[in-house]
Design a protein around this ligand. Structure first.
Ligand SMILES: Cc1ncc(COP(=O)(O)O)c(C=O)c1O
Length: 454
C-alpha cells in the first residue's frame, strides 16, 4: 500500500486510495469546516481538528468526481478514516484501565492501517481465524501478542496456529479439548465461560461459553488429557449497556480460577473480552478495574479483546444518491421520498443486519451546498425519507424512517458517521456491487501519523 501525503498541516493526511494522486492535485476547497462538539477526554480542539480533516477529505474526494463522465463506479461510496481517533481511544484505554492489556478484536475491522497503528502502539490482537492470524503475523508481530480467541476452531487452523507459535487459545467444550490434545497439546488454553449477556446489543453466550456448572468437569478432562489451562476468558456481549455484567463475570472467573487451582493448574491469565462502547467506556472501566483488583492479585495478567471501542467512531462513509422515488400519502396528500444509495446492507451497512446498527443519514452535498457537520436550525423544516441500498432485495433498507432538512436529489451525497465497526468487514459482492470501497486516511493526531510513517 502506497501512502501519499496530501496535506502539510501538522496532523498529516494519508491516503491509501488509488486515486490519491488525483486528490493531491485537487484545488483547495471553499467548503468551511465546522467546529465540533467537545470531547470527554481531551479539551475539544482535537475533535475540531478531526472534523476539519474529515470535512476536507470528503470535499476533495467528491469535488474530484464528475458524475457526467466518470468511469462506471467512479462515484462509488467511500470512507474517510481518522486514525487519530483510534490513537485517542488507545490513550483513553490506558488512562482508565492501566492494568488491562488490550488485544484488539481484528474481526471488528481488519483495516491494515488500523492494525498497523495498534501494533505500533503495543496492542495485542484477538484473532478468530487463520486469515486474521496471518494478517497480524505479516506485520512482524510476535505470536505471543496474539490470542486465538475462538472456542470452536477448525482443526487445520489449530495446526496452523501451532506451526506459527500462536499458543494462547480459548475452549469451552470437551470436544475442543480432544482436538487441542491431538493438534496442539502444548497450547496455553483459556476456558471461556458463559456470561449474562441479556443486556447487550449482540448476545454471544447463546453460542459460546461454558456454563459454570460444567467448568469443573472440563478442567478435570483437560487435566486428564495433559493439557495446560492457563486462565479464563469471557465476553459479556458486544455493545453491552450494563457495566455490572463485567462484575458478575469477573466473580465467576475467580470461581473457575479456584476450581483450576484445586486441580493443580497454575492459572495466571484473565481475559475480560470485549463489549466496550464509546459512550459507556468510563462507566465500564470504573467498575471493571476495581473488580479485577479485588478478585485477582497483581501476579495475574489481565487482557481484554475490545473491538468496536477502538474503531467505531473513526470511520465516516459517504454514499451517492443514485435514485429517488416520491411517495404521496393518499390520505394526507403529503409527499415523502424513497432514496436509493450506491451502498446498502449488503455492503458497508451490513451492520444493520448483523450488528443491530441504526445508521443515521446526514446530507453531505445538496445542489451546490456542502453540509458536513452542519447543525440543524431549531424549527427547520424536515422531510421524511426511507433510505435504501442498491441491490434488488427488499431487505436492503438502511433506514425505514429518517428525517433530513433538505429535499435531497439524485446526484447528492449523504454521509454516515460512526461507521468503523462491523461494517466493511462483513460487506458482500451481492448483485455485483463492490465490497471493496476506497478509504481515505487522515490523522488528527500527529503521534498517530508519526507511528504510521515510521
Ligand atoms: C471472542 C470475541 N472477542 C471480542 C469481540 C469484540 O467485541 P466488541 O466489538 O463488542 O468489543 C467479539 C465480538 O464478537 C468476540 O466474539
Amino acid at each position: 500500500m502506497v501512502f501519499v501525503e496530501i496535506e502539510s498541516a501538522a496532523p498529516l493526511i494519508l491516503s491509501s486510495s488509488t486515486t490519491s494522486s488525483s486528490i493531491k492535485q485537487m484545488p483547495g476547497t471553499a467548503f468551511v469546516a465546522p467546529v465540533a462538539a467537545g470531547h470527554s477526554y481531551y479539551d475539544g480542539s482535537e475533535k475540531a481538528t478531526s472534523k476539519a480533516l474529515i470535512s476536507n477529505a470528503l470535499a476533495r474526494r467528491i469535488s474530484s468526481i464528475n458524475i457526467d463522465n466518470c468511469e462506471a463506479g467512479g462515484e462509488d461510496a467511500f470512507f474517510v478514516a481518522d486514525l487519530g481517533e483510534v490513537y485517542r481511544q488507545h490513550l483513553r484505554w490506558k488512562l482508565n484501565l492501566p492494568r488491562i492489556e488490550p488485544f484488539y478484536a481484528v474481526k471488528c475491522n481488519p483495516d491494515p492501517q488500523v492494525l498497523r497503528l495498534l501494533a505500533n502502539l503495543g496492542c495485542g490482537f484477538d484473532c478468530a481465524s487463520k486469515k486474521e492470524i496471518e494478517s497480524v503475523l505479516s506485520m512482524d508481530i510476535s505470536p505471543s501478542r496474539i490470542i486465538y480467541a475462538h472456542p470452536c476452531k477448525t482443526a487445520s487452523f489449530i495446526r496452523y496456529a501451532a506451526s506459527e507459535g500462536v499458543e494462547h487459545m480459548t475452549f469451552d467444550n470437551a470436544e475442543e479439548l480432544y482436538k487441542c490434545q491431538r493438534y496442539f497439546p502444548s497450547a496455553r488454553l483459556l476456558l471461556r465461560i458463559a456470561t449474562d449477556d441479556s443486556k447487550a446489543l449482540c448476545r454471544l453466550s447463546v453460542k459460546y461459553g461454558a456454563p459454570l456448572d460444567s467448568t469443573a468437569s472440563l478442567l478435570a478432562l483437560a487435566k486428564d488429557l495433559g493439557l495446560n489451562v492457563v486462565g479464563v476468558s469471557f465476553h459479556v456481549g458486544s455493545g453491552t449497556y450494563d457495566p455490572t455484567a463485567y462484575i458478575s463475570a469477573v466473580e465467576d472467573a475467580r470461581h473457575v480460577f479456584d476450581e483450576g487451582a484445586d486441580l493443580g493448574f497454575d492459572m495466571k491469565l484473565l481475559d475480560v473480552g470485549g463489549g466496550y462502547g464509546h459512550k459507556n467506556f468510563e462507566a465500564i472501566a470504573s467498575v471493571l478495574g476495581p473488580a479485577v483488583d479485588q478478585y485477582f492479585p497483581s501476579n495475574v495478567r489481565v487482557i481484554a479483546e475490545p473491538g468496536r471501542y477502538y474503531v467505531a467512531s473513526a470511520f465516516t462513509v459517504a454514499a451517492h444518491v443514485i435514485a429517488r422515488r416520491t411517495v404521496v400519502d393518499p390520505l394526507t396528500g403529503e409527499s415523502s421520498f424513497m432514496l436509493y444509495l450506491n451502498d446498502g446492507v449488503y455492503g458497508n451497512f451490513s451492520g444493520v443486519m448483523f450488528d443491530h446498527q441504526t445508521p443515521i443519514p446526514k446530507v453531505l452535498t445538496n445542489r451546490d451546498g456542502f453540509w458536513y457537520g452542519k447543525k440543524r436550525e431549531d424549527g427547520e423544516r424536515v422531510v421524511k425519507y426511507s433510505i435504501w441500498g442498491p441491490t434488488c432485495d427488499g431487505l436492503d433498507c438502511i433506514s425505514s424512517e429518517s428525517y433530513l432538512p433538505e429535499v435531497v436529489e439524485v446526484g447528492d451525497w449523504l454521509y454516515f458517521s460512526e461507521m468503523g465497526a462491523y461494517s466493511k468487514c462483513s460487506a458482500t459482492k451481492f448483485n455485483g456491487f463492490s465490497d471493496d470501497h476506497e478509504i481515505i486516511y487522515v490523522s488528527s493526531e500527529p503521534g498517530a501519523a508519526a507511528l504510521l510513517q515510521g
